[in-house]
Design a protein around this ligand. Structure first.
Ligand SMILES: [Ca+2]
Ligand SMILES: [Ca+2]
Length: 203
């Protein structure tokens, strides 16, 4: 009410000052404000029409918080290698498609090599696990004949595309999936081979 009175007085004074020959108009109905502690004050003082009281708009709801996620390094069987990444070595064999799905079920992806340090780390995994086999990596041949990672990026953009001797050779026209050789170099190979593989957590 204090505000209403003050506003009404202001209205009278303003019009009185601006009006012709001392003509002073008094609003017939008391002026009202919207809730000006939270909303814009009513601006209807000129010409002295009563303000329309209206409710404040409802505040916008706060955006939902993202769900909490366990750090990859704490997920079972994933190990953090600072400066390189977080990985899980799967010693159970699977086809390339099966391996890709197994990683995706963890929320990770079939490993992609992005540096010599990462290639050296993978070689170390296999030496420690005493696995002398080749293993699957997260790239395959696209319809255009070029290789793409499981994230759809050209293999040439990963930062590591060192091929083994005579690779990729697409032997018998049926080698479309990514392998890493024991030497740390890349090869194309048969997707339905059953190999061990590494899942890599996203950065
Ligand atoms: Ca990587
Ligand atoms: Ca090959």
């Amino acid at each position: 009410m204090i505000l209403n009175k003050a506003f009404a007085w202001a209205c009278v004074l303003v019009l009185g000052a601006a009006g012709a020959a001392g003509q002073v108009k008094t609003p017939k109905a008391p002026l009202t404000y919207v809730n000006n502690s939270q909303c814009e004050p009513c601006q209807a003082c000129q010409p002295c029409a009563p303000c329309v009281q209206r409710p404040c708009p409802a505040p916008a709801p706060a955006p939902p918080l993202p769900p909490c996620r366990t750090p990859w390094a704490l997920v079972a069987k994933y190990r953090s290698h600072p400066g390189i990444g977080v990985y899980r070595l799967h010693t159970q064999r699977a086809t390339w498609s099966e391996a890709k799905k197994i990683c995706e079920a963890d929320g990770t992806h079939l490993a992609v090599i992005n540096s010599q340090a990462e290639a050296d780390l993978f070689k170390k995994f296999y030496q420690e696990a005493r696995i002398s086999d080749w293993f699957f990596l997260g790239f395959s041949r696209g319809k255009d004949g070029k290789f793409y990672t499981v994230q759809g990026r050209p293999l040439s953009s990963t930062g590591y595309a060192r091929w083994g001797a005579n690779e990729p050779n697409n032997a018998h026209g049926s080698e479309h999936c990514g392998f890493m050789l024991a030497s740390g170099l890349l090869a194309d190979g048969w997707c339905d081979a059953r190999l061990t593989f590494i899942c890599e957590a996203p950065l």
